[in-house]
Design a protein around this ligand. Structure first.
Ligand SMILES: [Zn+2]
Ligand SMILES: [Zn+2]
Length: 344
């Protein structure tokens, strides 16, 4: 079986590995698709806290069950060989203060498959704990469904924002997360959704998923202030600009991942005087099952969001393309024999 391995910081190899065997409560999955995101680039660069090399990357995955550990179905589960599934990559200790208080996404010993110390899905087959595996309907497109993991992060993002009918929402950044936050906004009650990105190609993606108000600069927009402003860029200049666009009593969210050592300027006086709320959101918390349901109900336009697929051989090319910011969501299909352009 073939696997992409980050053998050490900034080094990548394609390896022939023995077939993984599932433990008692584990499931062996043949990978259909695995999305590439900023986290993979951070892991590769050795910038992600806690990564243990060598590591098979890949945390936004779907696939088909090929084998079950002997105890998988002893409790509430009813998995079968052949089931189509999506995988929640987060595993937690269940014992620390944050796990015990309902904030498992902030677990002090948080481990993501393909991110920290357990191998991910950029290989032909991989193993996941049964509790992290979510069954999909047989007719759900397994390639498109690789967007369920980022969708679960976006649902978590909305969980910590107000959901008030008639709010006006502004999103900075039309990459995968910006497109998902914008598409979920109407479900949270938004009367309008505006998206800002300096990249025209990304604004076209926003148009394709149905966002009507799109600008390269928020100054061009039809309003000056918004009830909810979400930064999905992690870019300091964008964040500083975004904070000035929040209405009194409004919310600002840091969704995008800014460099850990950077700071942004804002007016504490305005936060006080206008009762602004600044909120963070980190990964997935009790939102994976809802992401599966919303995805299968057609809440997002997945077809317009995935532009290229790559074989394991072309993993390095995919990572380079991601860094250049070209294309939309890029994904690896470890059992495909050729890389494909999915959108012109
Ligand atoms: Zn990701
Ligand atoms: Zn914990």
């Amino acid at each position: 079986m073939r696997a992409v391995v980050f053998s050490s910081e900034k080094s990548l190899e394609l390896e022939e590995r023995p077939e993984p065997t599932p433990g008692h409560k584990e499931i062996l999955i043949e990978t259909a698709a695995v999305g590439i995101c900023g986290t993979d680039a951070h892991v590769f660069d050795g910038e992600f806290e806690g990564t243990v090399f060598p590591l098979v990357p890949g945390h936004e995955a779907t696939g088909t069950i090929v084998a079950l550990g002997e105890a998988v179905n002893d409790g509430v589960f009813d998995f079968h060989v052949g089931d189509h599934v999506a995988i929640n990559p987060s595993t937690v200790c269940g014992e620390c203060e944050f796990c015990l208080n309902g904030h498992q996404n902030l677990c002090r010993f948080w481990n993501g498959l393909g991110v920290v110390a357990s191998d991910g899905a950029s290989q032909q087959r991989f193993v996941a704990p049964a509790g992290n595996v979510y069954k999909l309907k047989p007719d759900t497109d397994l390639f498109e469904a690789a967007l369920i993991e980022p969708l679960a992060c976006a649902i978590r993002g909305w969980d910590v924002l107000p959901r008030r009918l008639g709010d006006h929402v502004l999103v900075y950044g039309a990459g995968t997360m910006g497109l998902l936050m914008a598409q979920l906004a109407p479900f949270a009650g938004a009367a309008s959704v505006t998206i800002v990105d300096i990249n025209e190609g990304r604004l076209q993606a926003a148009a394709d998923v149905g966002v009507k108000l799109r600008y390269t600069n928020a100054d061009q927009a039809e309003r000056a202030k918004w009830d909810v402003v979400v930064d999905c860029t992690g870019n300091i200049r964008a964040i500083e600009d975004a904070l000035t666009r929040v209405k009194p009593a409004g919310y600002f969210q840091n969704f995008g991942v800014a460099p850990a050592d950077r700071t942004a300027n804002y007016s504490p006086f305005r936060v006080y005087r206008d009762e602004l709320s600044i909120v963070g959101t980190m990964a997935v918390l009790n939102s994976f099952g809802r992401a599966v349901e919303m995805f299968e109900a057609g809440a997002i336009n997945a077809k317009a969001m995935i532009s290229h697929s790559f074989t394991l051989d072309d993993y390095a090319e995919a990572l380079n393309m991601f860094r250049q910011g070209t294309g939309r969501k890029l994904q690896i299909r470890p059992n495909d024999t050729q890389s494909r352009v999915l959108l012109p």
